[in-house]
Write a protein that binds this ligand. Structure first.
Ligand code: LM2
Ligand code: CA
Length: 479
């Protein structure tokens, strides 16, 4: 809570999933802050189970979704490294959002019974002395809360089952209990005390809204901005009534799975022309409540969305995510993995500690640091006051351009060849630097219109802060 800190005025988040704290700090300082990102999302920081010999190999990535205690000491780094990372990110103007696993603890099937910080637990006995939680703090089959015989969620439209039974065998916390809520708010407020600005709430669909409302009400408002932490809830699409994504918006934003599906469909079949209709679509969440994404760590593995393996199609969908005013964009970067083993560990040492991220070697994905994406982050930050799109123009099914009021114009070409057309830009006459190439090319606006050549599988974006004046290229990253 450093009042002197000036945070970037941006709604763009880089989700650096599975990156260790040292690497997130370096990214904030060297890349995200200067590029104008508003926030970074990090993977779960609490102590998790350590699985040296799991069925999918040592230390699968999903260890971090099995809390053993709320000590900030994990395979991603210790408490000091976490606190240092938050400080570095704030110094760079970047907020920190934490993936909060509070619906459950570890799985009761575990045979390994210790965590990365050395805490032990009793899986079958539901004992977590380091918190402490005891068996009375969990839902159990037949206890009047979870009505399913085996205690597992099988009926995904049965609210009691979805919220009181076990998700993937993970011991389900009795979030209706004041004692449990107290432990959860204690953990989250510890993070707020370390400077954390918000939370991605894991498995939020599996926590009763009233329970999570009580947890949110207990959160400290002592963030760097002196307000309640930002909340993005993970609620998978498809439920009806109280299980629908829109039934969770009173507690914060919700992840935009349906929007991600739509981007997947339109970029896969090349119907970018239909994206102009978004304001009229009945998506399952309003834009103002959507944490928008092209992919996350689950969907890149189950292939339900586009993912880095889709190459240029994936990149273009991310360009669109940034250019279009639908939700708050969350750009994703994890590690390279094989579809043959979707549980595999991120690069790590023999004890499971995750190695430093190195971009450009193939082991990690670093789209958030690419020139085109950083250019569009600056573009989005510049045009944000124009909250709607105008002159949406499809010069082909897979070639589009639009302006954001009089603040900027962007075009995307998902075809296999360069496309040249004249677009209304809304900008005053002059020469503008293209953000996507960091000013390697320019666009000349005359009478408000510009002939633009968009390279194959690429984009062009110009704005009031990318004007090329007196020969110098002066793109400004709005922070
Ligand atoms: C999430 N959102 O609601 C995360 O985004 C997702 O990645 C998590 O699942 C899930 N919720 C629970 O936090 C992952 C992974 C699962 C894995 C769990 C727990 O996709 O496969 O389950 O984390 O580590 C694993 C085993 C599963 C076993 C369970 C308990 O795959 O077979 O179930 O652990 O030991 C008996
Ligand atoms: Ca639950």
């Amino acid at each position: 809570a450093d009042a002197a800190v000036r945070l970037n005025d941006s709604d763009v988040t880089a989700n650096l999933w599975s990156w260790n704290w040292r690497s997130v700090a370096a990214a904030c300082t060297g890349q995200l802050g200067p590029a104008g990102y508003g926030a970074v999302q990090v993977a779960p920081p609490q102590e998790s189970v350590s699985l040296p010999t799991s069925p999918v190999g040592a230390h699968p990535w999903w260890e971090v979704y099995q809390p053993v205690s709320y000590r900030i000491d994990s395979r991603l780094g210790n408490r000091e490294q976490f606190a240092g990372m938050v400080q570095s990110c704030h110094d760079a103007g970047v907020r920190v959002y934490v993936d909060a696993v509070v619906n459950h603890t570890a799985g009761s099937n575990n045979t390994h019974t210790s965590g990365y910080a050395g805490s032990t637990f009793d899986p079958k006995g539901f004992g977590y002395p380091a918190v402490p939680y005891t068996t009375a703090d969990f839902h159990h089959a037949g206890d009047g809360t979870c009505n399913d015989e085996d205690g597992q969620i099988d009926s995904w439209n049965d609210r009691a089952e979805v919220q009181n039974c076990e998700l993937s065998g993970l011991s389900d916390l009795k979030t209706e209990s004041g004692a449990v809520r107290g432990k959860i708010t204690g953990y989250l407020n510890d993070l707020v005390g370390l400077g954390v600005d918000g939370f991605r709430v894991d498995a939020a669909k599996h926590i009763a809204q009233a329970d999570f409302a009580a947890i949110v009400a207990g959160l400290n408002t002592t963030t760097a901005e002196g307000k309640a932490p930002y909340i993005a809830q993970e609620v998978t699409a498809g439920g009806t009534g109280t299980l629908a994504p829109s039934a969770f918006t009173a507690n914060g934003d919700v992840l935009g799975f349906s929007y991600a599906d739509a981007l997947h469909n339109h970029f896969t079949d090349g119907t970018l022309n239909e994206l102009g209709g978004i304001p009229g679509w009945s998506l399952d969440l309003p834009s103002a409540k959507t944490a928008a994404m092209v992919a996350n760590h689950d969907t890149e593995r189950d292939k339900s969305t586009l993912r880095y393996q889709d190459g240029v199609t994936y990149t273009l969908a991310n360009y669109f995510l940034l250019a279009y005013p639908q939700g708050k964009p969350f750009l994703y970067d994890g590690f390279t993995f094989s579809d043959d083993n979707t549980g595999q560990s991120p690069p790590a040492d023999a004890t499971g500690m995750v190695s430093d991220t190195v971009c450009g070697t193939g082991a990690w994905q670093c789209l958030t640091q690419s020139t085109g994406i950083k250019g569009l982050v600056a573009w989005r930050n510049t045009v944000k006051a124009a909250t709607t799109v105008a002159d949406f123009t499809a010069t082909a099914k897979n070639v589009i351009g639009f302006r954001r009021g009089t603040l900027g114009w962007a075009g995307i070409n998902a075809s296999g060849s360069a496309s040249t057309a004249t677009y209304p830009t809304g900008l005053t006459d002059g020469v503008y630097c293209d953000r996507v190439t960091d000013c390697a090319t320019t666009v000349t606006v005359t009478g408000g219109k510009a002939p633009v050549t968009i390279p194959a599988g690429s984009a062009v974006a110009i704005d009031v802060n990318s004007r090329k004046d007196s020969g110098a290229c002066t793109t400004v990253a709005v922070q």
